[in-house]
Write a protein that binds this ligand. Structure first.
Ligand SMILES: [Fe+2]
Length: 200
C-alpha cells in the first residue's frame, strides 16, 4: 500500500500494482473464481489511490501547474466514471456475464487514467514543484492511503478525497457521465468549468 519516494514514485508504483492484478485477471479464463478475487483486490487499491490523489495530488496540480484546474477536473471526471464501474462490479460474481463486461470497462478506464497521468500530468507536476514539495506530497499520499476507505462510493464523489484534505484547497466538484467522458476522450480538450453545486 505504502511504497516510498516522492508523490510521483508512490503513485506510479500503485499503478504498476493494479496493472499486475489486471494481468492476473486477464490470464484466467472467463468465469474463473479467482478473477473476482483479483478484481476485489484491485478495487481496494484503486479506491485508496483515488482518495489520496483527490486529497493531495490534484490540489497540488491546481496550485502549481499552469492550466492545472483543467487537468485536475479531467482526472476527477475519470475517477467518477471508474468509481461507478467499481460499484457496479461489486455485486457481480466471476461467473456473471456482466462481470466480464464491467472488468473490461474498468481495465480500459484505469489504463487510460494511468497513461494520462504518467505521460501528461506527472511530468508537468515534476517540472512545477521542488524536490522537497514532491517528497512532502509523497508522505501525505502515503498517510491518506492508510486511512482511506476501501470501497467505492460514487454517490459521494469528491467528498471522499476532500475529507482527507486538511491543509490544501478542496477539489472542485465535478460530475461526469460516461457520455461526457467518451466525448472528452475523443478530443482531450479542456472543458469549461462545471456549474457550481451546493455544498453538503
Ligand atoms: Fe493515478
Amino acid at each position: 500500500m505504502g511504497h516510498g519516494g516522492n508523490v510521483i514514485d508512490e503513485l506510479v508504483t500503485d499503478h504498476r500494482e493494479v496493472e499486475e492484478l489486471f494481468g492476473k485477471i486477464e490470464a484466467l479464463p472467463p468465469g474463473h473464481k479467482d478473477r473476482k478475487v483479483y478484481a476485489d483486490q484491485a478495487v481496494i487499491e484503486l479506491v485508496r489511490h483515488s482518495v489520496a490523489e483527490e486529497a493531495y495530488l490534484y490540489p497540488a496540480v491546481r496550485e502549481h501547474v499552469p492550466g492545472g484546474d483543467a487537468l485536475a477536473d479531467r482526472e476527477l471526471e475519470d475517477h467518477a466514471t471508474a468509481e461507478q464501474t467499481m460499484k457496479d462490479l461489486e455485486g457481480c460474481d466471476a461467473d456473471d456475464a456482466e462481470f466480464d463486461r464491467l472488468i473490461g470497462s474498468l481495465m480500459s478506464e484505469i489504463r487510460e487514467h494511468v497513461a494520462d497521468e504518467e505521460r501528461n500530468l506527472f511530468p508537468k507536476l515534476r517540472a512545477a514543484c521542488s524536490t522537497e514539495e514532491l517528497d512532502r506530497l509523497g508522505e501525505k499520499v502515503r498517510q491518506a492511503k492508510k486511512t482511506a476507505p476501501t470501497r467505492p462510493h460514487p454517490a459521494a464523489r469528491n467528498g471522499l478525497g476532500a475529507a482527507f484534505c486538511h491543509d490544501g484547497p478542496r477539489p472542485v466538484r465535478v460530475t461526469g457521465t460516461a457520455a461526457q467522458r467518451s466525448r472528452r476522450s475523443a478530443s482531450r480538450a479542456p472543458r469549461p468549468e462545471p456549474p457550481a453545486r451546493p455544498s453538503e
